[in-house]
Design a protein around this ligand. Structure first.
Ligand code: GLN
Length: 446
């Protein structure tokens, strides 16, 4: 009730939710109370949670921030939603996001921009900006997000919360609307590393219905939170501290790293020479996969359909013209081009080869360090509208986050001071399936 009241009071200003169902939330909370009285001890029994509107929820509209799915009510729950329900969590509603998770500011939502609770003239980051703003403003104690190129870590950084993108394959993608299937991964967004660990315990694990989910055993992510950091080697890539990084942000990050040193970690200067390849590689691979994934929105099977189509071609073209926003169309155009006969080898195949080189670069560094650290973003949250007309300026926001997805690694953002009155995020990157270590470092720091 407290969270619902806070949503009623503050969300008109923040716009962090697309759908809130008071009645359903209260009924599910009441049910949790009864279960607790009956001795049920499920991990999240009665804990309110907000879900990014990219996860299919049975009987509850799942828009993915798009006009295309404004009328879409899924007949099934995503595996992640099923897992939260089974652990007793109470869903508060569905959070706002960039359309089809394409964006870094939440300004690409059909439902309007989300405002950053620290300064409502600024963006909350994207694409999981609704989840980040809701947690930061205390409208929910925790939320789910997805990260294809930074969409958990960047909004977590901009809103001063903790967010974790797990290793690719750690969390099931079944029922999560696909953007770029080889990069998409769901993860927790919360107020602390400990909360993220509790949430990841519920989310992680193989799903027989997602062939890309990993068979790797799932540890209890809370077990190692208190381990001391002595002997831990943290690599600082020179490329993450170079041109383009805001001076105050750099100061805050360096101060945070000194704290980690005091806690017993050793800082090691390293170089990730492939860093500058991440943006061009990602912006071929992600749009290519998006262009094929989004071909299913044809006005026939589900979602938006244009009025009175003249013929099949008119149905396709008008439905897609009306249903998709500008950024989504831009990605479909770029992706279709990169996959076309005659261009495939020059763009998509080349990008896949470079992707391998980026991954190998990380693997080599992880022979000498346990964790890689740096800023999550080049600076604090920017003003609403300030980059809206310049897609390239927006893409540069992802400079430090994209490579992690291309390499399939786990990455985390934790609050590390402020710059210009707004939060700064420290990014921690780990070896494949080494989420426990990231959570441990973050917990010790917090
Ligand atoms: N900002 C990046 C993009 O627009 C990443 C988005 C994401 O991680 N979903 O593609």
């Amino acid at each position: 009730q407290g969270y619902l009241a806070r949503i009623d009071e503050l969300d008109r200003q923040l716009n962090s939710f697309i759908t809130v169902d008071h009645k359903a939330a209260l009924a599910s909370a009441e049910q949790a109370d009864q279960q607790r009285a009956a001795g049920n001890e499920a991990a999240l029994l009665g804990v309110p949670i907000a879900h990014k509107d990219i996860f299919c929820t049975r009987g509850v509209r799942t828009s993915c921030g798009s006009r295309m799915l404004d009328n879409f009510v899924p007949p099934y729950d995503a595996t992640l939603i099923q897992r939260f329900n089974a652990s007793g969590a109470v869903s508060l509603g569905k959070t706002n996001m960039d359309e089809f998770a394409m964006g870094s500011s939440n300004e690409n939502s059909f439902y309007g921009a989300v405002h950053n609770p620290w300064d409502t003239d600024r963006v909350p980051g994207g694409s999981s900006g609704g989840s980040a703003a809701a947690v930061a403003a205390g409208l929910a104690p925790a939320a789910t997000g997805t990260d294809t190129g930074g969409s958990i870590r960047q909004p977590a950084a901009f809103c001063g919360i903790t967010g974790l993108k797990p290793t690719y394959g750690r969390v099931s993608r079944l029922g999560m609307v696909a953007f770029a299937s080889s990069l998409d991964q769901a993860g927790p967004m919360a107020r602390s590393a400990q909360d993220c660990a509790i949430l990841l315990n519920v989310m992680a694990g193989q799903d027989p219905l997602d062939s890309t989910s990993a068979a790797e055993p799932v540890p209890d992510y809370c077990t190692d939170l208190d381990a001391p950091l002595s002997g831990l080697r943290i690599g600082l890539p020179a490329e993450y501290f170079g041109e383009g990084l805001d001076a105050t942000t750099e100061q805050q990050i360096r101060a945070a790293l000194q704290e980690l040193e005091k806690l017993g970690a050793t800082l090691v200067d390293i170089s990730l020479k492939t860093t500058e390849l991440a943006i061009p590689t990602y912006y071929i691979v992600a749009p290519a996969e998006a262009s094929t994934n989004l071909s299913r929105f044809d006005g026939v099977r589900y979602g938006h359909r244009c009025e009175d189509p003249e013929d099949l071609l008119d149905l396709y073209t008008r439905t897609r013209e009306e249903g998709f926003g500008d950024e989504v169309k831009r990605r479909i155009l770029v992706g279709t081009y990169a996959l076309s006969a005659g261009y495939y080898d020059a763009y998509y195949k080349k990008a896949q080869q470079v992707r391998r080189v980026i991954r190998d670069d990380f693997m080599t560094q992880f022979e000498q360090v346990d964790v890689i650290a740096g800023p999550t973003t080049p600076g604090p949250a920017f003003k609403l509208g300030s980059k809206g007309n310049d897609p390239v300026a927006m893409y540069l926001e992802d400079a430090y986050t994209l490579a992690v997805n291309l390499a399939g690694l786990p990455g985390m953002s934790i609050p590390a001071g402020t710059a210009d009155g707004c939060p700064v995020g420290l990014q921690l990157i780990g070896r494949h399936f080494d989420e426990s270590r990231l959570l441990n470092v973050a917990h010790q720091f917090q």
